[in-house]
Structures are given as structure tokens and as C-alpha cells.
Design a binder for this molecule. Structure first.
Ligand code: FAD
Length: 302
């Protein structure tokens, strides 16, 4: 009850207070901090996917600046020898304001990554963005089939139909690379499954579909039941270790992450950084209100 109350009031709290709770989920507010976090993760045997924080811009001028920040990030990370790729949120490039400008900006980013033989993942945002994000992915994939991937949210009722249509893009020479996650945005029941067991069932059905069709999945979860379910599908379909990866968020379940790495699976950690951390951080804290209450407790009682 207390946890839920704290989580619900997060958006009303001063940013300085929310930062106290949030910093374990964010590598820092600048590129150097992100590079240091990636180097530390690489040393632990994890690959990374770096994300510059920011979303749902209101002013299209900001999109160009965001693109330039990504281009600089890619040059720096490549020259620093970081073992990792990059994730982008299309609303940070104006998806909902000017879809064509958004396409051009993300195209520049994919072209830059492809020049290094690297890869850009398009994150999936709320349900108002899904059609546009799939269209964007299809256009970029037509030009860069090995250098761009998409995220799919198992909680969306439409996701299985989306997978059915996306599978046409798959070829053995250019395998489709999709991140499968539960989905984090608050969606109505018409749009998304709401119950934990329903979401988990669909997650494993979608993952099975990916293995059956040779799609390379990024299995993005910290849920032990889903990780166990993924292991049994990997056994059933005899999937070699280079045909899938596990993915987790920076600062979440590091022990579980370690056991997966030690068992010989590829692990990639999503490393967000930047000044615009508030939206991302409040979503993470709502997933884990216990963190907020334990910090409040230690501030009050230590
Ligand atoms: P849950 O049932 O939420 O969590 C399982 C267990 O993990 C919890 O019991 C707890 O022990 C632990 N845990 C989970 N979250 C936290 C936390 N914040 N703090 C501490 N412990 C926690 N969502 C999108 O909508 N679009 C995306 O593009 C997207 N990309 C993602 C990329 C990666 C690499 C990952 C890992 C997640 C991504 N997500 C994305 C978020 C995802 O949809 C879920 O909201 C999030 O991963 C929590 O779901 P879960 O599968 O871990 O299961």
C-alpha cells in the first residue's frame, strides 16, 4: 500500500528527490559515464545496448540535436572498443510530429552504425506509436537488413499478428532480429493483456514462434519463470547459443544476470544515460516501488 502510494506520487515529487531513487537505473547524465558503465559491463562478460534518454519531443528542432548526439555517441563508443550496439526511441526524433523527419534522422543513425558493421534497435513505445514504428522499421530494414531491429511487446493483443507479418522479412542470410519484452506502458485492456499469467503465456508463445521461424530473439526479461521457459524452448528447438541472446536493464537483477552469463549465454544490458532521465526512471520505479520505500526508510531512520 505504502509502496503503491509512493510510486503513484513519483511524478509529483521534485526531480532532485526522484533522482535519488533513480540513479541505480541510469548510467549517468553524460557520455563519459555511459562509457564507464559499458566498460564495466563488458568486463563482467555482458554486451551492451546504449540508449540516450529522451522521448516524446514537442519541438521538431530537438530531433536534429538528438540525432547529432547519437552520431557522436556511436563514434565515441566504436573508437573506445565498447562491445555493444544502440537503442533508439523514435518519439525522440519526432515520430508523432513529423514522421518523415524522424525517418531521416534515424536513417542517419542506422547508416552511421552500419558503417561500423553495428546495429540499431528501435524500441517499441506506447500503442499510439506501434504502426508508425513498424513502418519505420520496414523502411530501414529494406535498406539495412543486418543493421536494424525492432522490439515487440508480448502484452499487446496485436503482437502475434505483427510477428506473422514481420516474418516475411526474414531470410536465412539476413535473419530478423527482434527484442521480445513484456511491454511497460499503461495500456487499456482492449489493447493489451493485463494479467501477469496471460502476458507470460503470450511472451513464451511469441518466443516459440521466433525460434520456429529462425528469428534471432533478444529475450528481454528479469522474470525467472520466463527465463526458465526460454531455456526449455532453447532445449526443445536445439537453438545454438549464437542464435539468441538474453537482455536486461541496467541496475536490475544483477545476480540473475551473472548466472545467465556464467551458464554460457549471451547477455546484453540496456544502458540508458543522459539529461532527460525522468520519464524512463519513473517507469522503472513504478515497476519496483520497494526501492523507493527502502530509500525513504533509510533517509528517515538511519
Ligand atoms: P516483471 O514481472 O516486471 O519483473 C520480474 C522481476 O524482475 C521482478 O519480480 C523483479 O524482481 C525484477 N524487476 C523487474 N523490473 C525491476 C525494476 N525496475 N527494479 C528492480 N527489479 C525489477 N518495454 C517496452 O515497452 N518497450 C521496449 O522497447 C522495451 N525495451 C526493453 C529492453 C530491455 C533490455 C528490457 C529488459 C526491458 C525492456 N522493456 C521495454 C521493459 C519491459 O517491457 C518490462 O517492463 C520490464 O522488463 C519488466 O518486465 P520483466 O519481464 O522483467 O517482468
Amino acid at each position: 500500500m505504502f509502496n503503491r502510494f509512493i510510486a503513484a506520487t513519483l511524478p509529483l515529487m521534485p526531480q532532485r528527490v526522484v533522482w535519488l531513487f533513480s540513479r541505480s537505473y541510469i548510467a549517468g547524465d553524460n557520455l563519459e559515464a555511459a562509457m564507464a558503465a559499458c566498460r564495466a559491463l563488458n568486463a563482467l562478460g555482458a554486451k551492451t545496448t546504449i540508449d540516450i534518454l529522451g522521448e516524446f519531443i514537442q519541438d521538431i528542432q530537438a530531433a536534429e540535436k538528438n540525432r547529432d548526439e547519437y552520431l557522436a555517441l556511436i563514434d565515441t563508443a566504436q573508437q573506445s572498443g565498447i562491445d555493444g550496439n544502440y537503442s533508439v526511441k523514435p518519439t525522440m526524433f519526432g515520430l508523432l510530429i513529423d514522421a518523415e523527419a524522424c525517418y531521416r534522422h534515424i536513417h542517419d543513425i542506422v547508416a552511421k552504425a552500419a558503417g561500423y558493421g553495428n546495429f540499431i534497435r528501435i524500441d517499441m513505445e506506447d500503442s499510439a506509436c506501434v504502426d508508425r514504428e513498424i513502418d519505420l522499421f520496414r523502411r530501414l530494414h529494406a535498406e539495412y537488413p543486418c543493421h536494424v531491429g525492432l522490439a515487440v511487446q508480448a502484452y499487446l493483443r496485436r503482437s502475434r499478428a505483427d510477428l506473422d507479418s514481420l516474418v516475411d522479412l526474414h531470410t536465412p542470410a539476413t535473419p530478423l532480429n527482434l527484442r521480445l519484452c513484456k511491454g511497460i506502458y499503461a495500456e487499456p485492456w482492449r489493447v493489451a493483456f493485463q494479467r501477469h499469467d496471460e502476458i507470460n503465456d503470450h511472451f513464451l508463445e511469441d518466443l516459440e514462434f521466433m525460434f520456429q521461424n529462425g528469428i534471432y530473439p533478444g529475450i528481454a526479461t528479469h522474470d525467472r519463470d520466463l527465463i526458465d521457459g526460454a531455456h526449455s524452448l532453447i532445449d526443445t528447438y536445439q537453438v545454438p547459443t549464437d542464435r539468441y541472446e538474453f537482455q536486461m536493464l541496467y541496475g536490475v537483477t544483477p545476480e540473475l544476470r551473472r548466472t545467465i552469463i556464467e551458464a554460457g549465454h549471451t547477455m546484453r544490458v540496456y544502458v540508458p544515460y543522459g539529461r532527460h532521465w525522468f520519464g524512463y526512471a519513473t517507469r522503472r520505479l513504478k515497476e519496483n516501488p520497494k526501492l523507493v520505500s527502502s530509500i525513504v526508510h533509510s533517509m528517515l531512520f538511519n
